[in-house]
Design a protein around this ligand. Structure first.
Ligand code: ATP
Ligand code: ZN
Length: 292
């Protein structure tokens, strides 16, 4: 059966953005009644909606070909199983968070290097242990599947290693962040190894579309008028732009219309320096899709 199956989180922080990303790649799904399996309509790609923690093993078991999950979750499984079979295919631009060490406000642990011999409560014991070991620290892991932040108060751990995005939960539990062990985002994973040729072709097509969507997300289409003698300088000032298109202006032989795609973020400072170099009528437009 030459269909690709993708696992995404059923409901949680990654669900909406995962689905949105796949829809931007042109995928449409028939939502089944039990809501766990969605059939792909125009493109032979189906969805399986599961708990995020199950996604790495679903890939390793060959139940799905691709999965979108946090790097934190995938790395934990890779370390736990000592498995190199899981391959990160693309890093995605959502689901950003950090795995941080935090301690009670009154703790005498003041920095990460004080953690030697301490007990650390975490849902990511393998990842935490590995990251601490890289810094030459040996600590005991207390594995908890949730509510990690209450462990120090209960006396079951001296510190925690947990996912943080704003720090509100830490403050509410009178914990202070000592330092960041790992910066995570969501990523697209697959299993290493050979796919049947037809499936590989399908996967390549999907990845090309995905790259197009990811590139378009940070790209902008810029249109402006420039003095003929400043074209070179203005092109240099456009971040990540190559080969602008130039068009003559009927109204002014000394100026040209210049169009370019900027593949990097365009800040107000960029526009100001373009203006300073003589550009006028500067327009910045979002790019929806890109291919080739
Ligand atoms: P499930 O029911 O699917 O197991 P969950 O509660 O384990 O859900 P979520 O809280 O939805 O999972 O988090 C999923 C992923 O979102 C995390 O593994 C992490 O990669 C990312 N994430 C982003 N910001 C945060 C945050 N502030 N706290 C926790 N996870 C975050
Ligand atoms: Zn989970």
């Amino acid at each position: 059966m030459n269909r690709i199956r993708i696992a995404i989180q059923k409901s949680g922080r990654l669900s909406e953005r995962s689905l949105e990303l796949l829809q931007k790649c042109g995928l449409r799904f028939v939502r089944s009644k039990d809501k766990l399996y969605w059939y792909g309509q125009d493109f032979p790609v189906d969805l399986l909606l599961v708990r995020d923690d199950d996604i790495p093993r679903i890939l390793l078991d060959g139940v799905c070909d691709l999965g979108i999950v946090g790097q934190n979750t995938a790395r934990e499984v890779i370390l736990e199983d000592d498995s190199r079979e899981l391959e990160e295919l693309r890093r995605l631009e959502f689901g950003g968070c950090r795995l941080s060490i935090a301690v009670p406000e009154q703790s005498n642990i003041k920095e990460i290097s004080d953690l030697n011999g301490c007990r650390i409560a975490t849902s990511y014991p393998a990842l935490t242990e590995d990251l601490l070991q890289q810094r030459g620290i040996k600590a005991a892991m207390v594995k908890l599947s949730g509510s990690v932040e209450i462990a120090p108060g209960l006396g079951t751990a001296d510190a925690i290693s947990d996912l943080v995005s704003t720090g509100t939960t830490l403050r509410a539990n009178h914990l202070v962040e000592l330092g960041v062990l790992f910066e995570s985002t969501a990523a697209l994973y697959g299993q290493r190894g050979n796919l049947p040729a037809e499936k590989q072709t399908l996967l390549d097509r999907l990845l090309a579309r995905l790259d197009g969507v990811l590139q378009a997300a940070e790209s902008k289409y810029v249109m402006l008028h420039a003095p003929r003698n400043a074209i070179e300088e203005i092109t240099r000032l456009l971040p990540g732009a190559e080969h602008p298109s130039l068009m003559n202006l009927e109204s002014d032989p000394d100026r040209v219309a210049l169009h370019a795609v900027c593949r990097e973020t365009l800040f107000w400072e960029h526009l100001e320096s373009l203006k300073g170099a003589g550009a006028s009528a500067i327009l910045v437009l979002p790019v929806e899709k890109m291919l080739g």
